[in-house]
Design a protein around this ligand. Sequence first.
Ligand code: ATP
Ligand code: MG
Length: 285
Amino acid sequence: MTTAVIELQGVTFTYPGDIRALDNFTASFVRGRRTAVLGRNGSGKTTLFSLLNGLQRPQSGQILFDGRTIGYDRQSLLKLRQAVGMVFQDPDSQLFSACIYEDISFGPLNLGLPENEVRTRVERALTQMKLSGLENRPTHSLSFGQKKRACIAGVLAMQPQVLVLDEPFAGLDPVMAAEFSAILDELQRGGTTLIIATHDLDLAYAWADQVIVLQEGRLLADGAATEALVRPDVHAELGASPIVAEIAAVIALTGLDVYANGYLPRSRAELVKSIAAKTKGESTR
Ligand SMILES: Nc1ncnc2c1ncn2[C@@H]1O[C@H](COP(=O)(O)OP(=O)(O)OP(=O)(O)O)[C@@H](O)[C@H]1O
Ligand SMILES: [Mg+2]
């Protein structure tokens, strides 16, 4: 059964100056799934994320966590933020300590965990995000990608049920992106719900179970990545389609069945494998 861990019902959020960032927005994030949120610049992704852990409060509509409307008193927010970990788009708005060791330990210390547990979690997060050796360097001296990794490490050390990441792959080099992707796989296997915002359609197509597409603060599409991202209206709004879907569709026109056995390639590697298997099969026939 699919259960929503976070649900937004008719949510409207307006910034001062009458800037409507979300307009009667309804969507659910399913427990244990990976969801990618897409939309053009200014479509409301970051605003949506700031509502998910109670950083902002909608003027109308409601947000439910585990089936209950979220509260905005100190205690409720504290509990919500333990459950919903957030990595912001801009690392400079997230890091506030002199060095990243301090930054990463801040959350676990605030949870009141024993010192050795804090140390274990921080060291594990530093190793996961390949930051060992940089932990005592002044935060401002780190590169953009290193800072982004430190923000991710900070949230990993909190071990939240839901991980909300605003453009987590932006700024990571390809090796780090692949390693981080493997970390996300492992977290999902452990039951963590993953929600990311991204402009990378190919990544969303390959990675996400569910995609949500925003258009000027409204919901344009909500469904399986393989269906939603090839919709003509979504293509028109985002200005592109996933390259793997485009190539697979063109190859299918030549008569080569890249969709064999109901297998739909979602990544470049899967597409190459599928074509290789098919052409080999055909040439030996
Ligand atoms: N602090 C703010 N004050 C006023 N308006 C804001 C504020 N933050 C965002 N907005 C406006 O709200 C709308 C949604 O912005 P948001 O940052 O949520 O978009 P986004 O989808 O995350 O964009 P991007 O892809 O550029 O990160 C935009 O029109 C933006 O200008
Ligand atoms: Mg944003």
